[in-house]
Ligand binder design. Structure first.
Ligand SMILES: Cc1cc2nc3c(=O)[nH]c(=O)nc-3n(C[C@H](O)[C@H](O)[C@H](O)COP(=O)(O)O)c2cc1C
Length: 217
């Protein structure tokens, strides 16, 4: 492959990545293998990172320096989680998405311990925490692009019910971690699903709307 072909492929994948929310009333069959999910997750490991996770997040069993963690549910576990959410009264679209998903990746970022415990903040507004979020976001974007290249539709969701403490407990996610996104991977096949695009997809405008060239002499 020559340089221009490589550039074209990368640009194409970046532009092809888009939000696709799949909603199913009945559970779909999924044939996305664990190996395919692992390939997509692997891409996240190649993102840029500046600061290491605080020691409070690390242990003998979990000694990664990275300021994020990924919790992966395969399709059958997505179906079970959806059923449990419904049995707990969830009336949102989350169970419908879990009925369609090939996988759900709960991505958390790892905040530094608060300086002042008495302040009731979700996390300290520090540059360090900003950089943890930024690095975790870059990891997610890598994952989305790797999925797109493999024709796996994706959806980055704030999570809704999936960010609640009972869901964290069911999935074994420590409470000190903060959900950055519930990332849905969906099947390519659209039979039996309603597909909803991202609300802002066509509203981004062009770079001219938000780029300022700075001349400094
Ligand atoms: C941090 C983050 C959280 C998001 N959460 C939601 C969400 O909760 N619900 C939703 O409909 N879309 C969510 N999105 C997806 C956006 O709606 C979508 O990216 C946007 O409409 C642009 O569409 P595109 O991804 O197809 O370019 C989220 C995106 C990001 C980056």
């Amino acid at each position: 492959m020559n340089k221009q072909e490589q550039i074209d492929i990368v640009d194409q994948v970046i532009k092809q990545r888009c939000t696709s929310k799949y909603l199913a009333d009945e559970p779909l069959a999924s044939n996305l293998s664990r190996t395919s999910i692992e390939e997509v997750i692997e891409a996240a490991n190649w993102g840029p990172v500046h600061l290491t996770a605080a020691k409070v997040h690390r242990s003998e069993e979990d000694d990664s320096i990275l300021p994020w963690r990924f919790y992966i549910l395969q399709a059958s576990d997505c179906r079970s989680l959806g059923e449990v959410l419904v049995s707990h009264g969830d009336m949102t679209k989350v169970p419908n998405m879990l009925a369609a998903a090939s996988a759900l990746v709960q991505v958390t970022w790892l905040p530094n311990p608060p300086e002042d415990q008495s302040q009731d903040l979700l996390y300290d507004p520090t540059v360090e925490n900003m950089e943890h979020i930024a690095a975790a976001s870059a990891a997610i974007q890598n994952m989305l692009l790797a999925a797109t290249a493999r024709s796996i539709p994706t959806y980055w969701s704030t999570g809704g019910a999936l960010r609640k403490s009972d869901v964290f407990a069911w999935l074994g996610i420590p409470e000190r971690e903060i959900l950055l996104g519930s990332i849905f991977l969906f099947p390519e096949e659209k039979t039996g699903v309603k597909v909803v695009p991202g609300k802002l997809r066509g509203k981004k405008g062009s770079t001219e709307n938000w780029v300022k060239w700075v001349e400094f002499s």
